[in-house]
Design a protein around this ligand. Structure first.
Ligand code: AMP
Length: 292
């Protein structure tokens, strides 16, 4: 595996691959790699001759400085996992490579059309502006053919897809399914910080999501706002504390009342498990659009 910390050296390597006609797949991460990340990488490695993984804990997307300080960092372990996997390139940049003019390095104007005004956007002000800024910069550096992102961060996927379309960036974005523990808990770097009590309760999140899916399968005209309220109440039991539970149009991210109101419908939730904030979601209805 080749490890790059500087943009120039990375681009020199990638230029050679592109000149040879090889497709480049890209998986951006914040490290503390787990099976969820590795699945994105495996898919990229199947579909492209060259795969780039980036590890960068992006300060501009953390609205809570404590969360940034506590974010797990384990570069040696990550490097070993990527080498074992056979990933060709790891880009682990210094901060000044990403933000050469400091954190206010300008980003093209993207009208998010309210996509950042719901769910995570409400509870994490400024978070998606930081995500758009860093993903745009990383795409500018790597210029991949394909970008792989997890369904785990569904709102993030929708916002990045919107940015790519609005700016007409020449990259295909591919969403990969959520990888879970055997008991259903979605894998997340933050799971490492769960206390035993919070860890024991956390699988309840996926159980409740699955109950909502089962109910909509049984009763396709179910009142989704009522289902969301009931799911919130079920999750509101110590040590879990839900922040939101919303059933939304998979494209606009606006709440829907019934399944037939949208082509895609997704139930999304954020739950505090002790002092760790977990997010999860489940697709209730999916109509792939022409590009996916
Ligand atoms: P992160 O390191 O948390 O920024 O995540 C990097 C990428 O991995 C994002 O596209 C995430 O959506 C994706 N990801 C994180 N956890 C999972 C998971 N459990 N299953 C699938 N993809 C995931």
């Amino acid at each position: 595996m080749r490890l790059f910390k500087r943009v120039e050296a990375l681009q020199r390597h990638l230029q050679q691959r592109k000149t040879a006609g090889d497709a480049v797949g890209f998986v951006p991460t914040m490290g503390a790699l787990h099976e969820g990340h590795l699945e994105l990488l495996r898919r990229s490695m199947r579909e492209n001759q060259c795969t780039v993984c980036s590890i960068f804990v992006n300060p501009t997307q953390f609205n809570d400085p404590t969360d940034l300080a506590k974010y797990p960092r384990m570069p040696e372990k990550d490097i070993a996992a990527l080498a074992r996997l056979g990933c060709e390139v790891l880009f682990m940049p210094w901060e000044e490579e990403i933000y050469p003019q400091g954190k206010d390095t300008p980003t093209p104007e993207v009208d998010l059309q309210g996509l950042d005004a719901t769910m995570e956007g409400v509870h994490r002000p400024g978070h998606f502006a930081g995500v758009v800024q860093v993903v745009h910069r990383l795409l500018e550096i790597v210029q991949p053919d394909r970008l792989y992102m997890g369904q785990k961060d569904y709102q993030q996927f929708v916002i990045v897809r919107h940015m790519i379309r609005q700016l007409g960036l020449p990259v295909r974005i591919i969403m990969c399914p959520i990888v879970r523990e055997a008991d259903g808990l979605a894998l997340s770097s933050r799971n490492l910080r769960l206390t035993p009590e919070a860890r024991a309760a956390a699988p309840r999140i996926y159980e409740v999501l699955k109950e909502v899916l089962a109910q909509t399968a049984r009763q396709p005209d179910a009142d989704l706002e009522a289902l969301a309220a009931a799911a919130f109440a079920k999750l509101d039991q110590l040590p879990l504390k839900p922040e939101y539970f919303e059933i939304v149009d998979g494209t606009t991210l606006q709440p829907v009342r019934t399944l037939d109101e949208a082509d895609s419908v997704v139930a999304c939730t954020a739950v505090w498990a002790g002092d760790v904030r977990l997010i999860d979601n489940i697709i209730l209805k999916w109509e792939a659009d022409e590009e996916e």
